[in-house]
Design a protein around this ligand. Structure first.
Ligand code: PRP
Length: 204
């Protein structure tokens, strides 16, 4: 039995379709129930539906053998897992954005609103810029709009959230896409099966 941590939401739905095409189908999962664990013993698979930012935690601790997670989440939390494949979907950019017309005052620490404090700290440390992190968990764009922060470090996909809030990108920190990750000992014990999944993603 292989246990797969899927991020709840659009990315998870898309990736489940690929697992199903590889023979790991579990029709019950497409029901809109509140269940979080779905098992299909005949197919030797169990799915966990988890918060996207928690996938690495489940995989690192062996609660799941493999999982699908954004590179942005891996950069922020650095779980001790194998990153096996870039799935080339769920693409976005981690960017610094500010209100249109904003000008930086390098004499004072920069106030940065973000849900990626580690990524933001590493980025500004490499530029020798002092910052103050304002940790938010969502609607990050409100930071500069309300004057809570000077800039944000956040995910930009289509750019429409920035545009609709009168913000624009001032720097790109990193590019992100979905990754297939594996628990280190699971990969040792189930190498053949996990490698078959890697091949499946490459060819489907
Ligand atoms: C993410 C991100 C941006 C938005 C970017 O938020 O934090 O707000 O998507 O997408 P766009 O460039 O296509 O507009 P999410 O939808 O995850 O909600 P959140 O505000 O709760 O983080």
């Amino acid at each position: 039995m292989i246990t797969i941590a899927l991020p709840k939401g659009r990315l998870g739905d898309k990736v489940y379709g690929k697992f199903a095409a590889m023979g790991y189908d579990c029709p019950e999962i497409t029901d809109s129930s509140r269940k979080l664990v779905f098992e299909e013993p005949a197919k030797g698979v169990r799915y966990l539906l988890v918060k996207p930012s928690d996938v690495g935690v489940y995989v690192e601790h062996g609660a799941a053998d493999i999982g699908i997670v954004g590179k942005d989440v891996l950069m922020e939390h650095s779980p001790d897992v194998f990153e096996l494949l870039d799935l080339d979907i769920g693409k976005c950019r981690i960017c610094v954005a500010a209100k249109n017309g904003w000008e930086d005052d390098t004499a004072v620490p920069l106030r940065v609103a973000t849900k990626y404090p580690n990524v933001a700290l590493a980025y500004y440390e490499s530029r020798n810029r002092d910052i103050e992190i304002i940790k938010l968990n969502g609607s990050i764009e409100l930071g500069p709009v309300l004057g809570l922060s000077d800039v944000i470090v956040d995910i930009v996909e289509t750019g429409s959230t920035l545009q609709e809030n009168d913000l624009s990108v001032i720097a790109e920190v990193a590019r992100s896409s979905a990754r297939l990750i594996a628990n280190k000992s699971s990969y040792q014990f189930s190498k053949q099966e996990i490698d078959r999944i890697v091949q499946g993603f490459k060819t489907l």
